[in-house]
Design a protein around this ligand. Structure first.
Ligand code: ZN
Length: 177
């Protein structure tokens, strides 16, 4: 990971929302939140996947849980997604808890006085490539608001680079190789 140049691929956080690693509420091991297997097909837009039923499953203890989308109502703190069945509340993707079950993300760690977090390994890979690069270029075509453009300043700060990379390495060590 010593590439000098890094070009922003324009990814958004939702590009990593298809597999969110969390801490199992029952056994504390690594569990995963994904779109429910019965609701994976037939989505024309990513927002359809984001608002589809989700499932939590833990291979450690066998625990599973279901999340079903809630109807959007005026005054809700979130955007509506209009479907034939009515408007659905779009989950607010953020961290360091997952947007569906509000469980702590598996990949999180105190770093530079803040919390560094990622949804999954691909998300971690992107952060690492970005932080490690000496020269960061905007994608140009991405417009504004990509995941990397929205990163907090402390992650982007050159002074913090060694510690951020150390945190990423430590997080990676908690994943199966
Ligand atoms: Zn478990």
């Amino acid at each position: 990971m010593t590439d000098e140049r890094f070009q922003d691929p324009g990814w958004r956080l939702w590009n990593f929302g298809d597999e969110i690693l969390v801490r199992c509420p029952r056994c504390d091991a690594r569990a995963v939140v994904v779109v429910h297997p019965d609701h994976r097909e037939g989505h024309r837009y990513v927002i359809g996947l984001l608002t589809a039923p989700h499932r939590l499953s833990c291979t450690g203890c066998g625990h599973t849980a279901e999340w079903t989308p809630r109807r959007w109502q005026r005054g809700d703190d979130g955007d509506p997604y209009f479907t034939h069945g009515g408007p659905l509340l779009v989950p607010h993707l953020t961290g360091p808890n997952d947007p569906y079950f509000d469980l702590p993300l598996w990949l999180q760690r105190p770093c530079c006085g803040h919390v560094l977090w990622a949804y999954n390994q691909r998300h971690l890979d992107l952060l690492e490539a970005y932080v490690a690069a000496r020269l960061r270029e905007r994608g140009g075509w991405t417009g504004s608001g990509s995941l990397l453009e929205r990163l907090p300043a402390w992650i982007k700060a050159a002074d913090n680079r060694p510690e951020v990379l150390k945190c990423i390495t430590a997080l990676r060590a908690t994943l199966p190789s």
